[in-house]
Design a protein around this ligand. Structure first.
Ligand SMILES: C[C@@](O)(CCO)CC(=O)[O-]
Length: 312
């Protein structure tokens, strides 16, 4: 019996630049390595079966929401001339779905890695992202590629659509706190809200997109300087542009305000928005504890922290 193929990946958080990145502006995204995804492919006697927390059954019967994943698997099977190959695919993950944490991109990256591992074929990084984009373009419509680029890297990335991501040296003396609104944020829907805003009022819409791009550039400099106060201010500024583009949500606003009142240096939505997750930046220690408590009191469904200290 052939040995199993294993592929791993992780969640991501966008520090700055979501949505504007779809229109060619730069974005900064960071890996969230505590939230991980593993895909295992094993040979079986007959049938092609997918097992995950969300779906258990034959590949052909996967629900419409998993169409991107089903098509990706079919394309991979064709590539390896294994259309009829019986297999069991087991997907294990603690990444929350539809929360702006890149769960679909992480699934795609882990599936591609598992297939190439199963068939013992080397997988250059550009090919990995190209394969994963098959799933992302079906699931999200017109993605920038940021989610797949971040899921494919273990480091913070500076990303511009159509270009290879650049690694960023991320070593901040602070903590990023993520809080889940508990509301499903659908990236595809959020992308169409921004597109509609740009169509209805191109001048204002473009202004917000351009400003987010400028803020991303300034944030990169502030990261290099380890200037947490500046980064926090830029996060707040970005949030006001994202909100003007129509993709915040009352629950996101509530959590963002709670974090700021409790002393966070900055807070904003992260990912697609319209629900999903927010992030706040704190200095380590007491301030972090206060912000976490404020977020929990304001009804956050789940709270995570991630340090990027001495990550060099
Ligand atoms: C909203 C967006 O900018 C990030 C979603 O995680 C969409 C994309 O970049 O494809």
């Amino acid at each position: 019996m052939k040995k199993p193929g294993i592929g791993v990946s992780h969640a991501k958080v966008i520090l700055l630049g979501e949505h504007a990145v779809v229109y060619g502006q730069p974005a900064i995204a960071l890996p969230l390595t505590d939230l991980a995804m593993t895909v295992k492919i094993e040979s079986r006697e007959a049938g092609q079966v997918v097992l995950s927390k969300a779906y258990q059954g034959p590949l052909v019967a996967m629900a419409e929401v998993y169409e991107g994943i089903r098509q990706l698997i079919n394309r991979l099977l064709k590539h390896f001339r294994a259309d009829e190959m019986p297999f069991t695919m087991t997907i294990t993950s603690n990444i929350p779905q539809e929360r702006g944490m890149g769960s679909s991109a992480a699934t795609a990256i882990a599936i591609v890695r598992a297939f190439f591992n199963f068939f013992d074929e080397p997988l250059p990084k550009q090919d990995l992202q190209r394969w994963a984009s098959i799933e992302e373009s079906i699931t999200h419509g017109s993605p920038s590629g940021l989610d797949t680029a971040t899921a494919a890297h273990d480091e913070a990335v500076w990303f511009i659509k159509g270009q290879q991501p650049e690694k960023i040296d991320m070593s901040l003396d602070g903590t990023l706190i993520l809080a889940d609104t508990g509301i499903q944020g659908q990236t595809g829907l959020a992308i169409s809200v921004v597109r509609e805003n740009l169509t209805n009022d191109p001048e204002t819409g473009q202004h917000h997109i351009d400003q987010i791009g400028e803020i991303a550039k300034s944030t990169r400099t502030a990261i290099a300087e380890n200037n947490l106060v500046k980064i926090g201010n830029y996060m707040n500024e970005a949030q006001s542009h994202l909100s003007a583009l129509g993709i915040s949500h009352p629950k996101l606003d509530e959590l963002i305000n709670a974090a700021r009142h409790a002393g966070a240096l900055g807070a904003k939505l992260t990912g697609g928005g319209v629900g999903g997750t927010m992030i706040a930046l704190t200095t380590n220690g007491e301030q972090t504890t206060r912000v976490i408590k404020a977020l929990e009191d304001a009804g956050a469904q789940e709270v995570w922290t991630q340090n990027y200290t001495n990550n060099k």
